[in-house]
Design a binder for this molecule. Structure first.
Ligand SMILES: Cc1cc2nc3c(=O)[nH]c(=O)nc-3n(C[C@H](O)[C@H](O)[C@H](O)COP(=O)(O)O)c2cc1C
Length: 331
């Protein structure tokens, strides 16, 4: 979650025995600062046995259509994160160069690639054998494939296709719409080895939010399939859309989106957006225009909670949900 997930969120999730990630976009020097901070925090909080590997026990995310591998890889070499997360390549072939660069800079670092289709998962496996594949379904908050499926079909179909091509070993994680332990239990039942949560952590104080209105919008949103939408117009509001054609993003339905549907032109939408964003409310609120990236799970984010508490609560809930499901099956 570029701009949202920094040292505090990543270290809190890792300390709760998840794996926290720092997101990045253009600003490599901001990433360097977050890496320095996370390294300090974790050295002070983790015991020697918890931190006995050669790697920094967090991951770092790169949007590969934005950042050059030659700018990113020196940081991987220096900080040796446990994982590097790659997303949004212009062409899937681009991951090959990234994977080679990361493996030679930091052989212990695992390569995670987020992907949104069965065919894409197979292709990426053949191209560069990532250590982990994240199957991102259409419920996910933020950017993803315009054409996609929910994890309920995406995960098992990918699992079958990978097995049929001899890739039984690769861990699959499910992403998109998972906001509590019931979602985790469902993902495990679908054949996932673990899950990714983004939207749920927008309700954690460790997450960097641009304005208090962002948190309020997240906590007040209900019925995520109605209150959020996938659209490309969100990426046009600050200027021309820079994302590769395949992608759109899921966010809260705002006045900007509603006006776009009514046929208001992009120049006017940009003007109104700029005006709203520079107001004291930051363009948030009931008639807000500012982009609030969030997935369909937003209706399950009801109160602010510390990130470690979220991880622990979700883990406990998942165990209960799985036991309950087994109990039902046995009856
Ligand atoms: C606010 C926000 C920002 C995001 N930014 C990124 C990003 O920079 N890079 C990326 O790979 N995914 C990004 N994502 C998508 C996540 O990787 C993940 O697929 C998603 O959060 C999972 O679905 P969920 O939001 O329903 O939990 C973002 C998601 C959100 C909610």
């Amino acid at each position: 979650m570029a701009g949202f997930a920094g040292a505090h969120l990543a270290s809190a999730v890792t300390s709760a025995k998840g794996i926290g990630f720092i997101g990045s976009a253009y600003d490599i020097s901001a990433l360097q600062t977050e890496l320095r901070n996370v390294s300090d925090i974790l050295h002070n909080t983790l015991t020697t046995t918890e931190n006995d590997t050669q790697t920094l026990p967090i991951g770092v995310g790169f949007l590969t259509f934005i950042v050059k591998s030659s700018d990113a890889i020196p940081l991987v070499k220096k900080y040796k994160p446990a994982a590097v997360w790659l997303f949004a390549a212009k062409e899937l072939e681009d991951y090959t160069e990234w994977a080679e660069g990361i493996r030679s800079a930091s052989p212990e670092t695992k390569i995670w690639i987020q992907i949104g289709s069965v065919a894409g998962a197979l292709k990426v496996m053949k191209l560069c054998r990532p250590d982990v594949l994240i199957m991102q379904g259409t419920d996910a908050g933020g950017h993803g494939w315009q054409r996609g499926a929910g994890i309920i079909s995406l995960v098992p179909e990918t699992r079958d296709a990978l097995a049929a091509h001899g890739f039984c070993h690769v861990p699959l994680l499910a992403a998109g719409g998972i906001a509590d332990g019931r979602g985790v239990a469902a993902a495990l039942a679908l054949g996932a080895d673990g899950v990714v949560m983004g939207t749920r952590f927008l309700g954690a104080p460790e997450t960097m939010l641009p304005h208090e209105g962002y948190l309020k919008t997240i906590l007040e949103a209900e019925d995520g399939g109605q209150s959020t939408v996938r659209a490309t117009i969100f990426d046009e509001l600050k200027g021309p859309n820079i994302w590769p054609e395949l992608f759109d993003g899921r966010g809260i339905i705002t006045e900007s989106y509603k006006d776009h549907v009514k046929g208001v032109g992009v120049e006017e939408l940009r003007r109104l957006y700029k005006e709203a964003a520079s107001s004291e409310e930051g363009g948030f609120g009931p008639n807000g225009r500012t982009i609030v990236w969030a997935g369909t799970g937003v209706g399950l984010v009801r109160q602010q909670k510390n990130a470690w508490e979220i991880v622990e609560e979700v883990r406990t809930e998942a165990t209960v949900a799985l036991k309950r499901a087994c109990g039902r099956q046995c009856i």
